[in-house]
Design a protein. Sequence first.
Length: 266
Amino acid sequence: MTHNTRSRIPKIIAIALQVICVASIIMLLLNSGAKAMHYHWQWYRIPEYLWFKEDGQWYSGDLLEGLMVTLKISSISLICTIVIGFITALLRMSDSIVGRSLARGYIEVIRSTPLLVQIYLLYFVFGPVLGIDRTTTAILALSLFQGAYSAEIFRAGLQGIPRGQIEAAESLGLSQIDSYRFVVIPQMFRKIIPPLTNEAVSLVKNSSIVSIMAIFDLTTEGRNIVADTAMPFEVWFTVAAIYLCITLTLSALAVWLERRLSIPNH
């Protein structure tokens, strides 16, 4: 066992103890509040909305079905966000006045209006005109919204690459596309992984807003279960815990990827 590994173990234990202490305090407060309201917890009913067994086979419950929809929308939107953000950043840095104006106008319009308003406009106005379904509308709305914020992250990452790196690549005979592919983009991603992870986390949380379009995502399924069972606390705490697991997983993946990319190749 290396020295670094031994030094990490006490930190991990300390963090775990802190999480346990905070969770215990929260549970005590919730239990006290429930007693004051004469509310009877029904946590035993939650598992059936995650998974259930029927005729000897296990099936996904409503919450897991909603989670799959949320993950599908979020993953596709994240890919589109990266593409939109990168292209917008290139336009912002281009020599074309038209390109810079379009990119700046897009960023200003998106960042100056609420996501909910944008979803309404896309769903009720542009959606019927363009003939796109509600799921595509949700992905488009999230991608455009997060893409405007990601564009500035990409632009900062591109500007952080020394000009000498590009000139060196060109002197080696690499084309502009190859220079970006092999030199600029790998270095850029090393710099922007932390802020880009924040955008990914925001995208997952913002995906809950698409429930207004009657998309059966995690939030919509949670709301439907609450309406059927009158268990608001148990259901919404479960939904919040699922979202928390997703965001923590994204953060852990980003930390691993950042360390992986920072290891020099031999």
